[in-house]
Design a protein around this ligand. Structure first.
Ligand code: ZN
Length: 368
């Protein structure tokens, strides 16, 4: 009786602790069809007609494309982690394995499965298993973000020049004190502007303002980099402290994933570079891919754009180089550069989503 009571107490305690520790975990990734996603469920956006508005941009489709690429990337990584058997008939599994281990610094061997009448082969991982597993967790975190139906960030579209302000006078506000000191005293003094909860104005050189929508804190060491505006340098950016994603005009000139897949000719057996020396895989750029790249930055401070001796690790060549270096590192502190690089994940997701991508040419595999 007592044992039973103890046991039932234990069950209750366990249930309670589950409830308390509960919250949301990545096991609770909303099982939503990517095509059902709406950008307004994830992002606050600037009203139509205002600068930086996304009103005339295909934001829903872009989010759906990003989620679709992430879905595919995650399912392939899950297959690799669970020792997926590859089907030699179409070699798709082998290509996936090669791509997964190529991008995240691992090696595998193909082995015959004894007695398998379909003559399938099994992928046996010889190195980098934990890195592929961690890549899978990163994809889960991205899924959790993209498929959530709670507004968690702000989205701004186009090359809007954000105005850098120093004084309240620059905003037409009285008194004309320095913005920083007023904001420090009482942020609510600046009515109508969004202030990030991470706002820490003591060292700030300035803040970007856009139609009273956002006030983005710029770190001292980031000031030079961003003083000409976010879109001066790149296609897109994630300002993580304020959860602001900016997708520049360059992004909106890219095709959709559907159009890319439709117009894509087979890349199998093609030289990995075109006549101009550009990597074919790097040219399959879509708006959804940009959103996915920025979402990898969004999920963790650790996921950045890694600097290498050859430049920032964007694109196939440098991501591949990072993965090769991961394989060669002996100092554990230097490991896992690929896992901290947004484009390594993004390229992998795109590669397994597009049709007929052949990742044999340079993969650091040990083919059996
Ligand atoms: Zn990046």
């Amino acid at each position: 009786m007592r044992g039973l009571m103890l046991r039932s107490l234990l069950v209750v305690a366990l249930a309670l602790s589950l409830l308390i520790s509960g919250g949301l975990s990545y096991n609770d990734i909303p099982d939503r069809d990517p095509r059902s996603l709406k950008a307004s469920q994830l992002f606050d956006m600037i009203p139509a007609g205002k600068r930086g508005s996304c009103a005339n941009r295909p934001v829903d489709n872009t989010l759906q494309d990003a989620a679709q690429i992430a879905d595919k990337g995650l399912s392939v990584l899950e297959q690799l982690v669970h020792d997926a058997m590859t089907n030699n008939k179409n070699n798709q599994g082998v290509r996936w394995a090669n791509m997964g281990y190529t991008m995240f610094g691992g090696k595998y061997k193909l082995e015959n499965i004894p007695g398998d009448k379909k003559r399938r082969k099994k992928v046996r991982v010889t190195d980098g298993y934990s890195r592929v597993t961690k890549a899978m967790y990163n994809f889960q975190a991205v899924q959790f973000k993209l498929k959530n139906d709670r507004v968690q960030g702000k989205l701004m579209c186009g090359d809007e020049d954000l105005k850098l302000v120093h004084k309240l006078g620059d905003l037409g506000l009285e008194p004309k004190d320095k913005l920083i000191s007023v904001a420090k005293k009482d942020p609510s003094n600046i009515k109508g502007y969004f202030l990030s909860r991470y706002w820490s104005p003591k060292d700030s050189k300035g803040a970007y303002i856009l139609d009273k929508a956002f006030l983005v804190y710029i770190e001292d060491d980031q000031y030079e980099k961003w003083k000409y505006g976010y879109c001066h340098r790149g296609r897109a950016v994630m300002n993580r402290p304020s959860n602001l994603m900016v997708l520049c005009d360059r992004v909106w000139r890219s095709p959709t994933l559907r159009d890319t897949i439709r117009s894509q000719s087979s890349l199998i057996g093609k030289p990995i570079k075109d006549d101009d020396g550009k990597y074919l895989l790097d040219q399959q750029q879509t708006a959804g891919l940009d959103m996915l790249h920025e979402t990898f930055h969004w999920i963790s401070w650790d996921i950045t754009d890694i600097k290498t001796s050859r430049g920032t690790a964007y694109g196939f060549s440098r991501c591949f180089q990072l993965a090769k270096e991961d394989l060669q590192q002996e100092n554990p502190c230097d490991l896992d550069q690929s896992l901290r690089n947004a484009d390594s994940h993004t390229l992998f997701g795109n590669g397994v989503t597009l049709n007929e991508v052949d990742w044999y040419p340079d993969g650091p595999k040990e083919q059996g």
